[in-house]
Design a protein around this ligand. Structure first.
Ligand SMILES: *Cc1c(COP(=O)(O)O)cnc(C)c1O
Length: 432
């Protein structure tokens, strides 16, 4: 699952001591394992070997240019949702011809930039967007490759903030309208109909919603592929990962935990989808983000205070919701383990940041290992939707990021200097 393990009571990322990294680079600190990234990419790649396919990593889950370079070197493409993300892919040395451009709000400037760079496909989410892409392509005397994003209206059984494939959501074109939109697009001479796409949500822990969605759209995809000579069918991302306790319970073999058998593995995913996808004869695109990056990263925080009140214990750390917002935003669970194990009774505590928001917590009333002021804690599975959602709230600098590969480690992003936070601000003339 990942390459963060205890060796002699000390947490290691691959062959590197996490405490050593915290000492060298300071905290809060994101630490990523190149091996975990690579393993997860290969697991999915191998599982899908039965169909021609391409894995397009969802840049929004972790956009660090070193992470993107790792995936580009593995032969991956990218799923981007903004011109900024396309810029990141270019900065990482990725190939725009392997990028699919999603998102319901593409601006004129973004479409122009993506067209200029030659993305593989615009995944279109509405008729006005289709019209806009066509207009811009005409103006630029180019042919824009497009695919419609189908909203199949299936329940994903995940958190409401990460459900995207029902008619309650803003995403995609309703199933019943899709064929008419293709017919309309086919008449636009500056468009090339290249494929068809869907994405039903994130952190799915069962294969049934994926299967249901694919079954539901399959007859239409087959018709569209034949009529318009499409090249690809993208089944989106959304594969869930294990967040629940493994290391903390002393149980490092997470697959032996109760419930672990229900975890969605690439094998299960492929076993249920390949028989449906194979007969299509299309290139299958996958857009996983979290599955590749989630377990590949941890956030290291140092304990500032252990504050005991009559009713509770608060472990106040130097990371906060601005560094990792998932608990506050999605009620997300992150396993929290000490970087150096101490003997002694566990304690029941809230692990919190120092921000003036009651939402600023990482866990509540949880049994955690014995720790003291000055110790480091690791928040596991923070590689996806972690740093990318970090902000400067409370004028806190963005944390540093480190990539580990075997015995090697290096900064993938230096810690933000505090003055950089307001460097774009000015005192307006009449106040000077
Ligand atoms: C967010 C997103 C993904 C990736 O989702 P994960 O759950 O991280 O795999 C893939 N495709 C689209 C269109 C997305 O918006």
């Amino acid at each position: 699952m990942h390459d963060f393990k205890y060796v002699g009571g000390q947490l290691f990322c691959e062959s590197v001591s996490v405490e050593g990294l915290a000492r060298k680079f300071g905290t809060p600190l994101y630490v990523y394992s190149q091996k975990t990234l690579t393993d997860h990419f290969h697991k999915l790649d191998r599982a899908m070997a039965g169909v021609p396919h391409r894995i397009c990593f969802a840049v929004k889950s972790n956009g660090n240019v070193s992470i993107l370079r790792v995936l580009a070197n593995l032969g991956g493409g990218f799923d981007i949702v903004s011109a900024g993300e396309l810029g990141r892919v270019l900065a990482a040395g990725g190939n725009p011809a392997n990028c699919v451009f999603a998102g319901a709000g593409k601006t004129e400037a973004e479409i122009e930039f993506a067209l200029e760079q030659g993305v593989y496909s615009f995944n279109v989410e509405s008729v006005p967007e289709l019209d806009r892409i066509h207009r811009i392509a005409g103006r630029r005397k180019k042919i824009a490759p497009v695919a419609m994003r189908i909203n199949p209206d299936v329940e994903a059984f995940t958190h409401s903030k990460i459900t995207t494939g029902t008619h309650e959501n803003k995403f995609g074109i309703p199933l019943e309208d899709v064929e008419a939109v293709y017919a309309r697009a086919a008449k636009m001479k500056n468009l090339r109909l290249r494929g068809v796409q869907m994405h039903i949500g994130s952190q799915l822990t069962r294969v049934s919603p994926f299967e249901k969605a694919v079954r539901k759209v399959l007859p239409m995809v087959r018709r569209l592929a034949e009529t318009y000579e499409l090249e690809f069918f993208s089944i989106g991302g959304g594969l869930g990962i294990v967040y629940q306790p493994a290391l903390a319970s002393g149980q490092e073999e997470w697959w032996r935990l109760p419930g672990a058998r229900d975890i969605l593995t690439p094998q299960k995913y492929a076993a249920s989808l390949l028989p449906l996808l194979q007969p299509l004869g299309l290139n299958i695109l996958l857009e996983p983000g979290r599955f590749i990056s989630g377990n590949a990263g941890v956030l290291i925080a140092r304990v500032e205070y252990v504050k005991k009140t009559a009713r509770k214990t608060f472990v106040i750390v130097d990371a906060a919701m601005n560094d990792l917002i998932r608990p506050a935003f999605y009620d997300a669970y992150h396993e929290i383990v000490p970087v150096r194990r101490r003997t002694g009774a566990t304690l029941k505590a809230d692990v919190v940041g120092g921000i003036c928001e009651s939402g600023d917590y990482f866990c509540k009333d949880r049994r955690i290992a014995q720790i003291r002021e000055g110790d480091c804690l690791a928040l596991l599975s923070a590689g996806a939707y972690g740093f990318v959602m970090a902000s400067n709230y409370n004028a806190r600098p963005l944390p540093a990021e480190v990539l580990v590969n075997g015995r090697k480690f290096a900064l993938a992003r230096r810690r933000q200097v505090v003055e950089e936070i307001w460097s774009g601000e000015t005192i307006v003339p009449w106040l000077k």
